[in-house]
Design a protein around this ligand. Structure first.
Ligand code: GDP
Ligand code: MG
Length: 184
């Protein structure tokens, strides 16, 4: 892909797409990761990309994160960014079982565009600060992660900034690993 490779400042750019139903906290996670603050309200219809430079395992990385609007209908624009994405974060809310059940639909979207490719995928259960409202058990999240991707599962809280860096660093590690596998 021509968009890959080092950018002018010598950092490898990693294109990450975050998918999942509206209201699960996709924007809150991305904004916590990039801006270190919890955004209570973010327009749910906005699809926007964010850039973040960081060091992961002692290597500089440049993340280009696409925050999507949580719809499963197929549009030309969606197809385009699914084609460009190198790693996918599938996000549901631990307080909303429906959003958990819907993740399979997002996986189908990825499959449709990236048929035959084994894409790096991480599953995230967000809002773990709302333990009393939990509708999905840890083990269920883990099982789904094994079903949909490489098995990496994280429970996060964008509100408390819990496990947020781990998710974004984790997807970069998955991208690197798959890349290495391909070269071997
Ligand atoms: P998106 O539609 O997936 O982008 O979801 P948003 O990031 O807009 O978040 C939807 C709502 O959930 C907002 O009211 C957020 O304040 C709230 N929210 C997001 N993440 C968390 C979290 O980790 N904990 C709690 N308690 N609320 C959250
Ligand atoms: Mg959003």
């Amino acid at each position: 892909m021509s968009a890959q490779g080092p950018n002018p400042r010598g950092r490898r750019k990693y294109k990450v797409v975050i998918l999942g139903d509206g209201g699960v906290g996709k924007s809150a996670l991305v904004i916590q990761f990039v801006c270190h603050r919890f955004q209570e309200y973010h327009d749910p219809t906005i699809e926007d990309s964010y850039e973040q430079q960081c060091r992961i395992d002692d290597e500089p990385a440049h993340l280009d994160i696409l925050d999507t609007a949580g719809q499963t209908e197929f549009t030309a624009m969606r197809e385009q960014y699914m084609r460009n994405g190198e790693g996918f974060i599938l996000c549901f809310s631990l307080t909303d079982r429906r959003s958990f059940d819907e993740l399979i639909t997002y996986k189908h979207l990825i499959n449709r565009v990236r048929a035959g490719e084994e894409m790096p995928i991480i599953v995230v259960g967000n809002k773990c600060d709302l333990e009393q409202k939990r509708q999905v058990k840890y083990e269920e999240g883990l099982t789904l992660a094994r079903q949909l991707g490489g098995g990496k599962y994280y429970e996060t809280s964008a509100y408390l900034r819990k496990c947020v860096d781990e998710v974004f660093h984790g997807i970069v590690r998955e991208i690197k690993m798959k890349e290495k596998e391909r070269l071997e």
